[in-house]
Each structure stands twice: as structure tokens, then as C-alpha cells.
Design a protein around this ligand. Structure first.
Ligand SMILES: [Zn+2]
Length: 200
């Protein structure tokens, strides 16, 4: 699904309204006869202009999306894509932010990296403890609804993070053009892990 500034259909709907947005996604799913809409890595979006979370007087606007979004119904199970353990979690509860968020730490051979899961249900972070382990295929969380997920149509924001610095339960999911080179290197295409095939 194209949510970039290049999609002129988005100008027809009120993208600040989670319900209107969810309806648009449902229409797209019907058009493509699918249960889940996805996309968005490196997409430049207008979506963030509604929220002060992404704007500041002194810094450049952040509008380039550096994760992948998977859009489907609230309550849908989020399944762990590979073995890992809880690095951190937090409810990032500003409008337009992630809402409940989990970050897993992974080790593959000698490589340590992280995966972030944003826009979850509040329930998903209730009984979580740092260090808890999850296996590939195990249910990790469920998708949140707009009242808990930062006021978006229900979706998962999934992102790979190589070096997480001091971040805890949060990490930028959108960057500005001047920081793009850094984030391209630090947050590679999440589809490297998910391996979703695109319909052509
Ligand atoms: Zn996202």
C-alpha cells in the first residue's frame, strides 16, 4: 500500500481521522482481495503533519518512514519472527506516537540487533518483563485500536535496529532527509526478515 506523498488518492480522505483511514485501508484490501495491507519502508509521507510529535521549530520535519507497516484489524496476533528476548517496552502515548511498544533483542551468530513493534494493545505490555524470551512463531502481542495505539487505523510498525544507543521502549520510526543516510544504515529494510513477496 502506497501512503507516500505520490499517492493522490490520499488527498481525497481525511488522513488525520483514524476511522476514515481504516475504511480506506479496508477498501484497498478488497481491491487486492487481501487480509493485510503492508508497505512503507522509506516512504515520504504527509501523514505526520497532524502531530507535533514529528515537528519542531528548530529541526527539520521528520517525514520519511524507516519501518514497515502491516495494516489489519485491532486484536490481531503479532507473531515473533525470530527468537529473541525483551530489551525494553513502553507506552509512548502522545497522539501520533507508537502507543504500546515492545523492543526485542536478538543474537544471530555474533550479530546483535533489535526489532521494534509499535502500535500494540495496552494488554500487550501488561505482563512483560525485561529479559523475557520469545521463540520464533510464538505470539508476542496484539494490535491496538486507535484509542490506545497513538490514534491510527490499527497496524503494526515493525522496524529493524542495529545499534539502539540508549533508547528504551522507543526509537525513531520516521526521520528527516538530512538524517536518512544514518538511518538507512542503522535500520535496514524489515522485509529482509519478513520476506513478504510483493504482488506485481
Ligand atoms: Zn510505521
Amino acid at each position: 500500500m502506497d501512503l507516500s506523498v505520490n499517492n493522490s488518492n490520499l488527498a481525497q480522505i481525511d488522513i488525520t481521522d483514524a476511522l476514515a483511514f481504516e475504511n480506506y485501508i479496508l477498501e484497498q484490501q478488497q481491491v487486492f482481495d487481501s487480509k493485510i495491507a503492508f508497505g512503507g519502508y522509506l516512504e515520504k509521507r504527509n501523514l505526520y503533519q497532524r502531530s507535533s510529535h514529528f515537528k519542531s521549530e528548530v529541526t527539520e520535519e521528520r517525514n520519511i518512514h524507516i519501518g514497515i507497516d502491516l495494516w489489519t484489524q485491532a486484536g490481531t496476533a503479532v507473531i515473533c519472527p525470530l527468537d529473541g528476548w525483551i530489551h525494553s517496552f513502553k507506552n509512548n502515548d502522545a497522539i501520533g506516537d507508537y502507543g504500546p511498544t515492545l523492543i526485542l533483542k536478538h543474537q544471530l551468530e555474533n550479530e546483535i540487533f533489535y526489532t521494534l513493534y509499535g502500535h500494540l494493545s495496552l494488554e500487550s505490555i501488561q505482563n512483560i518483563k525485561i529479559g523475557m524470551s520469545f521463540e520464533k512463531g510464538q505470539q508476542l502481542a496484539t494490535l491496538g485500536n486507535p484509542s490506545e495505539n497513538g490514534d491510527y487505523a490499527p497496524h503494526l510498525h515493525f522496524q529493524i535496529i542495529k545499534n539502539i544507543d540508549e533508547y528504551c521502549g522507543d526509537y525513531p520510526g520516521v526521520c528527516s532527509l538530512s538524517n536518512l543516510d544514518f538511518y538507512l544504515e542503522n535500520c535496514p529494510d524489515p522485509n529482509l526478515l519478513l520476506k513478504i513477496k510483493t504482488l506485481k
